[in-house]
Design a protein around this ligand. Structure first.
Ligand SMILES: [Zn+2]
Length: 235
């Protein structure tokens, strides 16, 4: 190699590292309550899944009927290999799985170390349930606790330090009053439901009532443009 070639290679390497650092990981986690208000897209999210064998197939059926791609936030303790086929059917249909933590407890009563351990435990439970490694991209703390001031809160920092920057909250969780729900839902809404009979009935009624709005029902990752666990900021 000539000196000139080496110099060119070094310059190329330098340029690569410069362009890679144009985007750096945010110092804090980022919390979301809704996506873009300019596009007619909405995300349906369903939490807990304490008994997936009772509700998952039925939620999948409604989702298929109304062309909805859901984001499912199970609690890790409820994930079991015996439900593998159900979870895989959900993924095969285009739904995604996020993380509702292993234990369903308020993170405000937790600690940095405990949050990290809980997220690791959740990943292990999810992988053992599916039979392979599944890279979930977003987290939803139980009750949304500790996030009222956003991703820079103490809880947000614990989550960020554990390796996750996308914390998904919601702007519509009223599943007891259809009219109020219809008044609240708009472009970009993140709708929170729970995996139980009441919300299954609500889900169907809501989809029927929203028919003429022609929303596209996308996953959280699509709604928010999330492709990695990190939130990047431009330098
Ligand atoms: Zn929950």
């Amino acid at each position: 190699m000539t000196k000139k070639t080496i110099a060119l290679l070094l310059t190329a390497l330098l340029l690569c590292s410069v362009s890679a650092s144009a985007e750096t990981r945010s110092r804090w986690a980022h919390s979301y309550r809704f996506g873009s208000r300019d596009e007619p897209r909405v995300a349906i999210t369903v939490d807990d899944w304490i008994h997936p064998d009772e509700w998952l197939a039925e939620f999948l059926a409604v989702a298929e009927e109304y062309n909805v791609k859901m984001t499912l936030y199970p609690s890790g303790y409820a994930l079991k290999a015996e439900d593998r086929e159900l979870w895989q059917a959900a993924l095969d249909a285009g739904h995604v799985i996020g993380c509702h933590f292993f234990q369903h407890k308020r993170l405000t009563q937790s600690s940095q170390a405990a949050v990290k351990r809980d997220l690791e435990k959740y990943q292990k439970a999810l992988d053992e349930t599916l039979g392979y490694h599944y890279e979930f991209l977003t987290v939803r703390p139980p009750f949304g606790a500790g996030l009222s001031t956003g991703g820079g809160s103490t809880v947000g920092r614990w989550i960020h330090n554990a390796g996750f920057d996308h914390i998904v909250l919601w702007d519509m969780d009223n599943t007891s009053n259809l009219q109020k729900a219809l008044n609240t839902i708009k472009n970009g809404s993140i709708i929170l439901m729970h995996a139980n009979h009441h919300d299954l009935v609500f889900f169907r009624n809501l989809m029927e009532a929203l028919k003429d709005r022609n929303y596209e029902y996308v996953t959280i990752n699509e709604l928010l443009g999330i492709t990695s666990r990190y939130y990047y900021v431009d330098e």
